[in-house]
Write a protein of this length. Structure first.
Length: 54
């Protein structure tokens, strides 16, 4: 059986790894635009699209 120190080190490593993955997953979700934000520049459905800005 592993010593208490080795068990503690492994638990800490796992906790840090999982925290990093959770943080990155949260950031990735915020970087993905919603449907409304993605198509906001296209105008309302059934209406002509806004003119492009020069």
């Amino acid at each position: 059986m592993a010593s208490f120190t080795q068990v503690s080190k492994r638990k800490r490593a796992n906790r840090q790894r999982k925290a990093g993955r959770a943080r990155k997953a949260k950031m990735a979700q915020n970087s993905t635009l919603s449907y409304e934000a993605l198509f906001a520049g296209c105008g309302e459905p059934g209406e002509p699209a806004p003119k492009a800005q020069a």
